[in-house]
Design a protein around this ligand. Structure first.
Ligand SMILES: Cc1ncc(COP(=O)(O)O)c(C=O)c1O
Length: 448
């Protein structure tokens, strides 16, 4: 099949997510390997986003592919009520790397479902009905996960699950409380405490956070004491802390889990994506010993056919092996230093770069028209000033996450130094096109 045939068949029969179907124009991809993929016309792309920031060990990793094949030949599926070797072994391996006393896992088929279960479990354990989530967050598209999600897409599902409140997150470049880092008193934490008090602490089951918010929302890395302060709030009011590590877990930030940067152990941690290199749908809800103990004598009134699917678990066992053997977490930390340096250099040289944020191998460049006013570099009327920049990145053979005025990246954790620099060079050069739109009143317009 050529490009046209593949695309035509997809457009005729497949419903694509988050889109008006009449407007989708999907790229037909036919091959993926390592940090690259190819379209049906043979063009090669450097996958600087690891698809949805999930193929952490690179495409078609031979050990993961072999493990899936081997498991498929032996046992594809056993109902969740049975004990299987891959299910038990994987849960043990997760407990070995998960922080603190997070030692037991309920398996799901993906991220949204994991967050659904995390909330169910929190409500079950606390007997409380409400949950605090945050604006500027994404937790998935299922009915409960979209209710937790704090961005405009939720509006289309309203009224969503009742009892979810949204607090403002720490987004220090554009603080919701009008502060700058030097004047900040962590108003974003005090506001959550106020919310808890007004909502009645006895009715709040959990605070749900992406430990660090993901790429399409700009990777706003929180101040170091933010998560410890949330932990303390939760402890004060008997509220459970749920950390969504679906995107930021599994070495993405240079540690096994993003919470490890802050010395915080959540009560519940949700995982997916990098757990098995996104090779087979799999997610999980990892709970603390205390919650596990509670569940010894209380029924989990929920389940699903594919929970702990043998193929997904076997793929995850192989993936965790690759993390250990190839030092992927360490490589992420090491290249994270390179990324921070390159980002700082781009900010110095390109006046359109308002802010850069990164941690490990994930980061965002935030583009502005004006560094003084911080006006986002976005459309004025029908004119989309970033279209040429996006085209230049694509023409440079790089696939990455381009949302609004953000250029975000999150490549496979085993990308080589050369491949990494090559991708950053393409982005760096494309920024010249954004610089053309900087206002003359910007504090650094002279640098244009
Ligand atoms: C932080 C976070 N949570 C949850 C999800 C939802 O995961 P899924 O798409 O597997 O349902 C995503 C997906 O991108 C995510 O980034």
């Amino acid at each position: 099949m050529d490009t046209n045939d593949i695309t035509a068949e997809n457009k005729r029969y497949v419903i694509f997510p988050w889109s008006k179907q009449g407007q989708v124009s999907p790229l037909a991809v036919t091959r993926m390997e390592g940090v690259h993929f190819w379209d049906a016309d043979g063009n090669r792309y450097l996958d600087f986003a690891a698809q949805h920031v999930c193929v952490n060990a690179g495409h078609q990793h031979p050990k993961i592919v072999a493990a899936i094949k081997e498991q498929a030949a032996r046992l594809c599926y056993a109902a969740p009520s049975f004990a299987t070797e891959p299910r038990g072994r994987l849960a043990r391996m997760i407990a070995e790397v998960a922080p603190g006393d997070l030692n037991k896992t309920y398996f799901t088929c993906g991220g949204a479902e994991s967050n659904d279960y995390a909330v169910k479990i929190a409500k079950m354990v606390t007997g409380r009905p409400k949950v605090i989530a945050r604006h500027r967050s994404y937790h998935g598209a299922s009915s409960a996960a979209i209710a937790l999600t704090g961005e405009a897409r939720r509006a289309h599902m309203e009224p969503a699950m009742l009892g979810v409140l949204h607090a403002f997150p720490p987004y220090c470049y554009r603080c919701s409380f009008g502060q700058e880092p030097e004047t900040c008193h962590r108003e974003c934490v005090s506001a959550i405490e106020e919310m808890i008090e007004f909502e009645n602490p006895d009715f709040v089951a959990a605070i749900v956070v992406e430990t660090i918010t993901g790429t399409h929302l700009g990777v706003p890395v929180p101040p170091d004491d933010y998560l410890p302060r949330l932990r303390a709030l939760c402890d004060k009011y008997g509220i459970l802390l749920i950390a969504d590590e679906i995107l930021m877990g599994w070495g993405r930030t240079g540690k096994w889990f993003a919470v490890d940067h802050y010395g915080v152990v959540p009560n519940i941690m949700t995982i997916s994506k990098g757990v098995n290199n996104a090779s087979v749908p799999l997610g999980g809800v990892v709970v603390s010993d205390r919650i596990a103990e509670f569940m010894e004598t209380h029924t989990l009134w929920s389940g699903s056919t594919y929970s702990g699917h043998a193929l997904g678990c076997a793929a995850a066992i192989a993936t965790l092996g690759v993390y250990h053997e190839e030092g992927l977490v360490e490589n992420s930390a090491r290249l994270g230093v390179v990324l921070a340096e390159r980002f700082a250099d781009m900010k110095r040289r390109h006046p359109s770069v308002g802010d850069v944020r990164s941690i490990g191998l994930v980061g965002t460049i935030e583009l502005v028209r004006n560094r003084t006013s911080r006006e986002a570099l976005g459309p004025r009327g029908d004119d989309d000033p970033l279209a040429p920049l996006r085209a230049a990145i694509r023409a440079g053979g790089v696939h990455t996450s381009l949302w609004g005025n953000y250029i975000s990246l999150g490549p496979a954790l085993n990308i080589t130094d050369e491949q990494f620099q090559e991708g950053l060079d393409v982005i760096d050069n494309a920024l010249d096109l954004a610089d053309e739109h900087v206002d003359a009143t910007s504090s650094n317009a002279a640098a244009v």
